[in-house]
Design a protein around this ligand. Sequence first.
Ligand code: DAK
Length: 259
Amino acid sequence: MAAYDTILVEARGAVGLITLNRPKALNALSDQLMTELGRALDGFEADDAIGAIVVTGSDKAFAAGADIKEAAGFTFIGAHKANFITAKWERLAACRKPTIAAVAGYALGGGCELAMMADFILAADTAQFALPEVTIGTIPGAGGTQRLTRLVGKSKAMEMVLSARRMDAVEAERAGLVSRVIPAAELVDEAVRVGERIAALSRPIVMMAKDAVNAAYETTLAEGVKVERRIFYATFATEDQKEGMTAFAEKRHADWKNR
Ligand code: DAK
């Protein structure tokens, strides 16, 4: 496996586990870290042995944001010309395989934005979410104003973006930002267990299901329902649909072929 300085990468069975690892900077998302994260995601996406990907941080911080020290010197024209690393930042959102963010401690600014790019967030009871960019003279720039608003609604998103208020794990679950709250000591193991459950299913069917849910964020309800229907019909062109329904009728476990 490729060498990385700012992340740890391992396969746990069929789950790719990426741990953000800049402890001295609370996992601030430097350009190097985002580059390495992108490479690790590319690797897991290309690896047929991997069926789901978990991204996590440390007990203290999932990530305390983009690296402020690195970003301090950015200029408008420099950022505009280089498209301010945007493609690297969108890499997690662009994953075709299922992705889980396992968040403990701080998920601030870009850290919160990165977590929201995963398919879902499992939060430790220690997790704290915030978009505090206004406190350093800028606004969220990696999708935060859009994804948070879609996830928790305008009122809570506005309050968080305008006042930088932190949301704890309990509130985040209540608001729909995270799917579940888990005791911190069990977070990563539970995230990997969920990843394994997903990875044990038919890979193409799971990816189709993911595409269908994602359509809800991109289109109107009527259009989204049409997208879902087309994908639903498409499942009947797979061997795994035949196997899944036959296995149910024969009272046995399905033997997925990923075809
Ligand atoms: N960047 C760089 N270093 C950071 C950092 C960050 N975001 N957060 C913490 N650190 C560093 C601290 O500077 C300190 O380093 P040393 O001074 O020891 O060298 C070390 O981590 C430990 O931090 P503290 O001493 O501050 O630790 P505390 O426990 O006292 O406080 C804290 C923890 C998380 C409350 C505090 O560190 C903090 O407020 N951090 C900053 C949080 C923040 O404002 N985050 C938002 C940053 S803006 C985009 C992509 C991304 C973004 C925008 C656009 N595009 C693709 C277009 C994102 C922007 C942001 O995230």
